[in-house]
Structures are given as C-alpha cells and as structure tokens.
Ligand binder design. Sequence first.
Ligand code: NDP
Length: 457
Amino acid sequence: MSKSAVSDSKCAEYMERYMEGVTKRNPGEPEFHQAVYEVASSIFPYIKDKPAYHKNQILERMAEPERVIYFRVPWTDDAGNVRTNRGFRVQFSSAIGPYKGGIRFHPSVNLSILKFLGYEQTFKNSLTGLPMGGAKGGANFNPKGKSDNEVMRFCQSFITELYRHIGEDTDVPAGDIGVGGREIGYMFGQYKRITNRFVGVLTGKGLEFGGSQMRTEATGYGAIFFLRNMLKQHSDTIEGKRILISGAGNVATHAAEKVLQLGGTPLTLSDSGGFIHCSDGLTQEQIDWVKELKGVRRGRISEAAEEFSNITFHEKGRPWGVEGDCAVPSATQNEINGEEAAALIKNGVKAVAEAANMPCEQAAVDAFTEAGVLFGPAKAVNAGGVGVSGLEMSQNSGRISWAPERLRELLENMMRDIHDSCVQYGKTDGGPTNYLAGANIAGFVKVADAMLSYGHV
Ligand code: NDP
C-alpha cells in the first residue's frame, strides 16, 4: 500500500466501523468506549500506510483484555454483619512486560471503568520506557467511614482471592483512588502470609518493607514536571502561573507542592463535596494541613475554610470557573465537561495537564485542541507514578534501595523523555504540539511492534 493508498475519508470510515464493533462487543461500558475512541482517533491516521498493523488486527486485539478476573469479596463489619463486594482484575496486556497497574476501591468501580483504566495503562506504561504491561483492578468497596479494622479485613479478603493471579513476574498491582499506603500494607502482609514469600508483588509499599523513595510524590511531581516541559517547549515558564488543581488526595496535594517549589501559585483543591479557593495561593503549610486532613484524619476539604481565613469553600462546585493560567485536574475521570472547558478557555487558560486518569470529557478535549490550548493527556502527564513503581520493582528484584536524590533525578529525566517522545510524534505545522496524538502514537508503537513479533497470541 502506498502512503496515499488509504484516503482520509476511508480512514474515517474504518474508524467508524471499528468503534461500532467495540461498542457492540462491550455493551454498557461508556468509559471504555471513550478511552478506545480517544486512542484510536490518533492511531488510525498514523497506521493508514502501515498495512502490517491492519493485517495482524493489532488495534482489534489491543481492545480486548488478555484476561478479566471477577470475584466475590466477603468480609465482616465491626457490628458482626457479613458484607459482600465485587472484586476485579483486568489484565489487559503483557506484550512488553508483566501486567502492572493500580487497584481502586470506590463505590463507582465497575468493569467499564477498570477496562478503560487498564487499556490506558498499557500505553502509559509503554511511554515510561520500562518493561511493564498494563492492568487495573479494584472493588466497589467504599473505604470512607470504615474503621481501620474493617479496611484491614476487606483488604485481606480481597487479596486472599487475588493472590493466585498475581506475582512479581506476572502481575504487580499498586494503589489508586481509595488505596494508599495503609491498604497496600494490609494486602502485602496477607500475600506474604499466604504464600510465605517476601517478593515485590505490590508497589507503593512502606519504606520499611521494600517501598521506594519518591513513590508517594511521583505522580503529582511528575505531572508538574510535564506541565513545565510543555510550557518550556512553547517558550513559556511555570513561574508566576496561577494553577487550578482539583482533588485533594495523593496526586493533587503533591502537584500543588511541586507548583509552589517551581515558583507557581496553586489556587484551588477539591474533593467530592466541593472546592476550596485561596486567591493568595496555597502555602506549603496549608498543603501539609490538607495532606493530614485527607490522608490521616480522612476529613472533608470544607474544613480548610474553617481553619484558614484566606480560604473560601464552594459547596458541590468544581474549580474550573476560577480564573487561572493552567489547569491540572487531579481527582477522577470526566471531571471537566465541554462547558467547563469553555469557561477555562474564556478565562485565558494556556495549558491543561491531566494528572487524573481521563478527567476531561471528549467535548472538553476537542474544545482545548480547537482553541490551541496546550493539552497534556493523562497517559503522559501522570506516568511518573507508574514509572517510579517500575523503579520500585527493579529495586525489589535487586534487593537494594536507592537514595531519594537518585529517584528524584530519574523521575525528572523520565518525564522529560516522555515529553520528548510526545513531541516527536505530535509535531504540527506551526501550531502547538499535539500531545494527545504524540502520547498515543509513542505508546502504541512499542506495544504494537512487540505484538507483531509474537505472532497471533
Ligand atoms: P486519592 O484517593 O488519594 O484522592 C482522590 C481525590 O479525588 C479525593 O480528593 C477525592 O475526594 C476526589 N474524588 C474522587 N472521586 C471524585 C468525584 N467523583 N468527584 C469529585 N472528587 C472526587 O486518589 P489519587 O490522588 O491517588 O488519584 C487521583 C487520580 O489520579 C485518579 O484518577 C487516579 O486514577 C489517578 N492516578 C493516580 C496515581 C497515583 O499514583 N496515586 C497514578 C496515576 C494516576 P473524596 O475524598 O471526597 O472522595
């Protein structure tokens, strides 16, 4: 097939037929359809003159998880009642390494959300340059309002089933929403007890038992390194920029901290109850207070307005109507819709960096792209988290631990390399870099070429 053999209209036709197939084969899974569409819309134009990918059904095979594990998680609450939740592990792709991806505990967890996350994870892990496949798991368990003992019993029951499907060379889960150091500790303890093996089967562990320095900070810090690289690529800087951040968990608080360290001004944070706004810019003391509030006391972000006189709380709202120069959504999927994107654009936003997974609806992505706003997609922006998880795996295999300075440098270099790969594949004629296409194509090529080498497996 020559370069011009497949016209743009033919390409659009293939894409439409492909999405029809994906939608039909995966009914009732809108988040998964959205994630596949987002990737396929960059990949179809790229592969239109590369027949090997078509002939070997690479995109079709990539949209089918290698394995889905679906299980019952029974546990007992403090009042002695038996409770039952649903557990999952979606092992999406092991083309370039063992399955790797987080575990999410949240009432919204279902197969569609975990398939979207596992699919995205495959490309993200490829972008890090490390040998890691893609996976995601979790349960529709709500840790909010549960005692430590209830969370411990739930984690033990969850891993008592999952342990047989994971391993240091097979599948290495990590944390995600609702799964932090406490939950990883409980799961690792139970895994070790059942198997009688002390191996790097989970990442995000405590520093005392095989965890890596910088893992806690990696996603938020990495996201801001990526934002700084995007601005630098377009002759701008983060210094003096007013940054809108959503979320108040691990990713959001570390993103806010790195913004401050690099001379920017973090204006907002949020949780599922609403957002806080500090027009003076949040200080390190205030960020530390929020870390303690959400991570230890497990309180509500509204309490920040009672504690600090220069902070206001906006119930139920999201921060996208506040005037700022950059937005870093860091809470959850689909938290910026088309209207909110329009408000950000009207207020002059210059760059959006997706620190959460798929926080922008398709309408928002389209609006940013059309308006020439720099748009960093999640699979590139938040890859620092899994990148340092990969380095935790390396340290565990070698039974060594590296100093924080070394890991900080490795993270910064990794984010620079990811940025540069996006630029390599996302160049446009005179316009801003198309980071979305760049990240999708750079992530795709490595996985696709490995699949071609393996034959039809
Ligand atoms: P946390 O559980 O630490 O924090 C999540 C935050 O988002 C909380 O403030 C939570 O509020 C808020 N939130 C959750 N759901 C909603 C909702 N529906 N509406 C509004 N706010 C909501 O999670 P992380 O910080 O670890 O993860 C945040 C995002 O980053 C997720 O998309 C995750 O997949 C992604 N990510 C995380 C990585 C990591 O290393 N942790 C790595 C790569 C991506 P509340 O307390 O009220 O629930």
